[in-house]
Design a protein around this ligand. Structure first.
Ligand SMILES: [Zn+2]
Length: 280
């Protein structure tokens, strides 16, 4: 039976990328992908639970190089998000970091792929009814275009307000093409949000691409035109997926998608004009 991804890692030479679960989510597949019908999902029943809901992972990553420990995204944090047919449960991140043998002070940077609640709200915890910042030793980094979308007064911020308050005095803005470490490059993948960002982790000929929410489910590997209802700019998100598929199908490339069920790690191949996903 399909399940949210467990604590799991890949190793690229001396670099380790660990998926750190924060929780899970269930969606009506036709609500999350509004251009699809139940018929489209007939061949993807394996991705649905017994109630016919699409199962998604919710979590973050730790990238460990020789001298760096970088957290990518921070999960939703303790609590539930329930809206229409969506159910999301967060709150396991800190326990899973502990299971890895990490203490919070080990984390030198937190980088955000984008500032949706399921990626950013886990940076705070409620102490005496106040939100406290958890990762006190860490630099906080996001791409400038993602931060600047909140300069627009119309940008919805209701479910990330507390996190934005914690970020505001600490955030450092970086640009496309900059490096978080010599092995980690920032790659703009706008569409899901206008400043959505992926990371390319390289070691020799091998590389892994942390895709953030470019793909919400492996169905979008075979159907990159299936738009996720959370994509802010559906046209741009499609372009980002199509471009990314070409990259992912190149040799020695591991794809990493935050919300993919069962395992967030996989490889993409192109066979007779069709992209296919192979879980690692
Ligand atoms: Zn997300």
């Amino acid at each position: 039976m399909v399940a949210a991804a467990p604590l799991q890692h890949i190793q690229l030479d001396t670099i380790r990328v660990t998926y750190v679960p924060d929780g899970y989510a269930f969606f009506s597949p036709t609500d999350l992908f509004p251009t699809t019908t139940l018929e489209d999902w007939q061949s993807y029943q394996r991705l649905l639970n017994a109630s016919g809901q699409l199962v998604s992972s919710v979590g973050a990553y730790i990238i460990q190089t020789r001298n760096r420990t970088i957290l990518v995204d921070a999960g939703y944090g303790p609590g539930q998000y329930v809206e229409g047919s969506i159910f999301l449960q967060g709150g396991e991140l800190l326990a899973n970091l502990k299971r890895m043998g990490l203490i919070l002070a080990d984390i030198d940077s937190v980088f955000f792929t984008h500032l949706h609640s399921d990626h950013v709200n886990g940076i705070g915890q409620c102490v005496n009814a106040e939100q406290d910042f958890i990762f006190s030793n860490a630099r906080l980094l996001v791409r400038r275009a993602e931060w600047q979308r909140f300069a627009n007064p119309a940008e919805p911020r209701a479910d990330v307000e507390d996190a934005l308050k914690l970020l505001e005095p600490r955030i450092e803005l970086i640009e496309e093409g900059e490096m978080l470490a010599p092995e980690i490059t920032v790659l703009a993948t706008p569409g899901h949000t206008s400043g959505h960002t992926s990371l390319v982790v390289s070691s020799g000929a091998q590389r892994a691409i942390l895709l953030g929410d470019t793909f919400h489910s492996i169905v979008q590997i075979e159907h990159p035109t299936w738009t996720n209802s959370f994509d802010h700019d559906p046209k741009l998100a499609k372009v980002a997926r199509q471009h990314m598929l070409q990259e992912l199908a190149k040799p020695e490339t591991i794809a990493i998608g935050t919300h993919l069920a069962d395992s967030v790690f996989g490889r993409v191949t192109l066979d007779q004009g069709r992209y296919q996903w192979h879980t690692l």
